[in-house]
Ligand binder design. Structure first.
Ligand SMILES: C[S@@+](CC[C@H](N)C(=O)[O-])C[C@H]1O[C@@H](n2cnc3c(N)ncnc32)[C@H](O)[C@@H]1O
Length: 254
């Protein structure tokens, strides 16, 4: 599992950074939203964060940092504040610093090197379904969030038997996800399936695909590229068959 995680999130992150350098910085945000974010998903979650100027924001499991770069750009009219990205894959964390110039910690969300109650809003996008112990992640997020702080989640949930085919992930059921959130002190204010929101604009998709093509051109003969590609294809099939569904949640720490 660790090997698959590294191939998918660390190695590809380093390759993606190089492809963005070749194609131009306007490709950075779409390419660096790995596994989450289309703009409509990010906007729905961002609207639930209730950000105010000066708020301290945490992106847990930030990958290449694309979603937070999107947030800082699209929400600059309403919020500017300190940002911390926490991502356990060191190449991904370092690449996010170079791509977007924001501080990143190489840290697992189960053990954040942050003090209690020091975060005003956070999101974790596509992270919970990659960790076996969801309560450990949520408990730690609850510890660092101040009481009442908002948390946005993008979670891939299991709806069909085939969800178990993807051994690198452990997709929660809807019921388990809500139990885990309640047990760790979170209230869910709203939820929506990402499928109900608009697709990414064509230009966003075109840029993300252009980056993928450069990565494939340079690395398709690397077994790690094949491994990551297999993961992407398997997940795509599970999403098409709705054995796995993307759910967005607006929560608060009670
Ligand atoms: C699907 S990617 C999403 C990355 C980013 N949030 C985004 O939306 O672009 C999942 C991320 O979760 C990270 N991850 C996996 N296990 C984690 C953990 N225990 N704590 C924090 N992040 C974790 C992976 O390294 C990866 O970067």
């Amino acid at each position: 599992m660790q090997e698959a995680l590294e191939a998918e999130f660390d190695t590809v992150a380093a390759w993606t950074e190089r492809a963005v350098a070749e194609l131009g910085s306007d490709h950075a945000i779409p390419a660096a939203c790995r596994g989450s974010g289309r703009p409509a998903d990010l906007a729905w979650l961002a609207d639930g964060l209730e950000l105010h100027d000066g708020d301290r924001f945490l992106d847990a499991g930030s990958g290449l940092g694309g979603p937070t770069a999107w947030l800082a750009t699209e929400y600059s009219w309403r919020w500017r504040g300190p940002v911390v990205l926490a991502e356990p894959m060191v190449h991904a964390a370092a690449a996010s610093v170079r791509l977007f110039g924001r501080p990143a910690l190489a840290a697992w969300t189960e053990e954040l090197p942050l003090r209690d109650d020091c975060v005003d809003a956070a999101w974790a996008l596509g992270v919970l379904d990659t960790v076996p112990d969801k309560r450990a992640v949520l408990t730690e997020l609850h510890r660092v969030l101040r009481p009442g702080a908002r948390l946005g989640l993008l979670v891939l949930v299991a709806r069909g038997e085939r969800a178990a085919e993807m051994e690198s992930n452990s997709f929660p059921t809807d019921v388990d996800l809500h139990r885990d959130l309640a047990a760790t002190g979170f209230r869910v204010h709203d939820r929506i399936e990402a499928a109900a929101l608009p697709d990414a604009p064509p230009e966003w998709t075109r840029r993300a695909e252009a980056v993928d093509e450069v990565v494939a051109r340079d690395h398709a003969d690397d077994p790690r590229w094949q491994q990551a590609e297999d993961q992407t294809r398997l997940l795509g099939g599970l999403l098409d068959s709705r054995d796995v569904v993307i759910v967005l949640l607006r929560c608060s720490a009670e």
